[in-house]
Design a protein around this ligand. Sequence first.
Ligand code: IPD
Ligand code: CA
Ligand code: CA
Length: 259
Amino acid sequence: MLDFITSVAREAGAVLRSGFRGDRQLNYKNRTELVTDMDLASERLIVSRIAEHFPEHQIVTEEGGGRDQRSRWVWVIDPLDGTNNYAHGVPFYCVSIALLVDDQLELGVVYDPTHDECFTATAGDKAQVNGQPLRISAINDLRHGYLTTGYAYDRWSGEPNNLPETTAMMLECQSLRCMGSAALDLCYVAAGRSDGYWELHLSPWDGAAGALIVQQAGGKVTNVGGGAFSPWQPDLLASNGLLHASILQVLARSGTEQR
Ligand code: IPD
Ligand code: CA
Ligand code: CA
């Protein structure tokens, strides 16, 4: 199963890479939310491969090309995470695929075509990148922490827009970045490149695969109030575990606790 879906993610990633910085057809889903012809091409490829192998499985995708049938097996797919980067020629984007069985995360694959890095995890096994074990960071002081976050496309429409949280965190940690790909943000926590990542308004396909990869690398994933993480809920905090309590504290102080 993992080999199959890894090769599908790599195949879709190769499609994205081949179209990178080419002439793009851009459409706006709303005021700021972009979709390109390559999001759709990648999604078609992934859905057709999964549907062919597992005709009884449900497939949930960002661009709506999935299969709406009830099943214990639910694939959750972002065919291009980091669309904004991709559309602007910024090489930080990926393919993200998760599988839930009976609503439990069973498998996650995130493929970064630019760096040819394939992050993988299955429940109960150590997370890997290109077959090598991933290890989270050992930073235990928020003042030395390198964190990332992101913002919903419709942030102008009201709270929560993550702006108070950003201001508060900026003053507490060493670096705070907005990289533009939630799935890779999570994989970078799993790889020990970053020490924590949070976001308030994710969709299931943004965080599902990466959350399992963080957990199986030894990191911690909760919602931003410190409660249990669910891919079906919009907020998420992932960290190396050591900084989790300090990050929660800063987020709470800045307003997250009121939600
Ligand atoms: C977005 C990216 C971004 C995050 C947004 C997501 P998309 O997904 O993951 O980093 O901040 O919340 O919607 O639109 O590039 O697939
Ligand atoms: Ca996404
Ligand atoms: Ca996407």
